[in-house]
Design a binder for this molecule. Structure first.
Ligand code: NAD
Length: 484
């Protein structure tokens, strides 16, 4: 049994309140998690503040860069431990966690280490009113203590996506991982100590949101900025908390992402692409597709081919390398997704495939398993088409014209991502301009160059992270004007 303690000022801190961390594949107990209360969050924020004033704040850029590279090596040395921890927490299949979660979780440190070494700062020479000259140049100062609040769907990857740039820019962090996935954030504390990151630079407090570590962290006056990934409703609560003291927020929130398939698309690639964007990680990817629009001439054929793909997934023990579809993250989340499966039936959807709980063997019977599901026949006003379900399911709707597809795709309060499939370059570029999203993939999905911007439009978020865009949040830009 593994115990998950808080990591504060380089030390492991137990509390007298624990909650259970369970493996969603079979509902077995992984171990107790020590919930942080206000005193632990206070201590973590104080440690982060002290570290800013201590050796960490005095490091040269190259020394920070070297430490971030050492973190990458440290994670890679313990690759199997991270993999094991992530797979038990989430039930992700081996193929996904070993190719996406852990490698990208490590790579985030390298990308931002390289960025901070190479990024230029602006400078403007100017004429002064009295006929002289002055030089303006920008200095980027760390923002300070950053509160990092994370979801459970890509625990290590989404956490280091924030911790990487935060540390590269010289900040310190207090991380609140999801209560469902505390393991890899905890393990990273061991690596921090191993590679010599000073105590207090990286802290982890465990717990829930309201009346727990999440709320204590987001309302803490000692936190200088909050970066959050999670649901839109939670983002609103965090933004309200951050308003007190005028702390900036970076919010990566929910979505109801469209996938658009034109009749001229490479059919097989489009089917494979939409299957992946709908079902990967059991549909628990913020960028995932839950609304599919298919041009009428290929509609029936497309739905039939997507059904074949959905039914070909191999469910089973995530550690079995042949398995490519895991459970949902928790039984609680399955209740939510199943409520939408029921609602689709109640609203008269045609269930093309799935719609329930699969029959799993042995201990897996107790896990949070669910069938990949496809619906057709619902109006665009249906809750199934409007609300984020965050499960392995999509509704497929026919369309006739490009404008009709754009209008339906944009008819949502969200605006995170879109994927569109066509061979027509004109259509592709027009979609890039017309879709109200932060990320628009054409003939691809989740193809990420980490130098590019990442974030959502509308209620899918505030701000952009990725590449130089991360610097906007993790640093305070200062203009220095020198009269020459
Ligand atoms: P969630 O909002 O329920 O929880 C996220 C984190 O916030 C958890 O650590 C939770 O404990 C904490 N939290 C909850 N209430 C809080 C409060 N009042 N104050 C402070 N902290 C609080 O989200 P989730 O269910 O863990 O994750 C799934 C959601 O995340 C989906 O909506 C998904 O679309 C979104 N997501 C977005 C992105 C993106 O980049 N835009 C990426 C991944 C996931």
């Amino acid at each position: 049994m593994t115990e998950f303690k808080n990591f504060i000022d380089g030390q492991w801190v137990a509390t007298d309140r624990t909650f259970e961390n369970r493996n969603p594949a079979d509902n077995s107990l992984i171990g107790p998690v020590h919930e942080a209360g206000r005193p632990e969050v206070d201590a973590a924020v104080a440690a982060a503040r002290a570290a800013l004033r201590g050796p960490w704040g005095k490091l040269k850029t190259q020394q920070r860069v070297d430490l971030l590279h050492a973190l990458v090596d440290g994670i890679n040395r313990r690759f199997d431990d991270f993999l094991d921890a992530e797979m038990r927490d989430t039930g992700k299949p081996y193929g996904l966690a070993s190719h996406l979660d852990i490698p990208r979780g490590a790579a985030n440190f390298r990308v931002f280490a390289d960025l901070i070494r190479n990024v230029p700062n602006e400078s403007f020479g100017m004429d002064t009113p009295d006929g002289g000259r002055a030089l303006n140049y920008a200095v980027r100062a760390p923002r300070g203590v950053i509160g990092v609040i994370c979801p459970w769907n890509l625990p290590l990857l989404l956490m280091t996506w924030k911790v990487g740039p935060a540390l590269a820019c010289g900040n310190t962090v207090v991380v609140k991982p999801s209560e469902d996935t505390p393991a890899t954030a905890t393990l990273l504390g061991e690596i921090m100590n191993e590679v010599g990151v000073p105590p207090g630079v990286y802290n982890v407090v465990h717990g829930y949101g309201p009346d727990s570590a999440g709320e204590y962290l987001s309302t803490h006056p000692g936190v200088d900025g909050i970066t959050f990934t999670g649901e839109t409703g939670t983002g609103e609560a965090i933004m309200a908390a951050a308003a007190k003291g005028l702390r900036p927020v970076s919010l990566e929130l929910g979505g109801k992402n469209p996938g658009i398939v034109f009749a001229d698309a490479d059919f097989d690639k489009a089917v494979a692409g939409i299957a992946r964007s709908t079902f990967e990680n059991t549909g628990q990817v913020c960028l995932g597709t839950e609304r599919v629009y298919v041009q009428r001439p290929i509609f029936e054929r497309f739905v039939a081919a997507l059904k074949v793909r959905a039914e070909a997934y191999r469910l089973g023990d995530p550690f079995d390398r042949a398995v490519d579809f895991g459970p949902l993250v928790s039984l609680k989340h399955r209740e939510k997704v199943l409520s939408y499966y029921q609602r689709a039936r109640d609203e008269g959807a045609t269930v093309v495939t799935g719609g329930g709980i699969p029959d799993m063997p042995g201990a897996l019977r107790d896990g949070a398993w669910i069938q990949p599901t496809i619906w057709t026949g619902l109006p665009e006003s249906s809750a199934i088409v409007r609300e984020e379900i965050f499960g392995p399911c999509c509704h497929v709707q026919p369309f006739d014209t490009e404008q009709e597809a754009i209008d339906m795709a944009n008819d949502t309060r969200y605006g995170l991502a879109a994927t569109a499939w066509t061979r027509d370059l004109g259509v592709a570029h027009r979609l890039g301009e017309a879709l109200d999203v932060g990320l628009c993939w054409i003939n691809s999905w989740f193809l990420r160059d980490l130098r590019t911007s990442f974030g959502g439009a509308r209620q899918s978020g505030i701000g952009r992270e990725g590449g130089v865009h991360s610097l906007e949040f993790y640093t305070e830009l200062r203009n220095v004007c020198v009269r020459l």
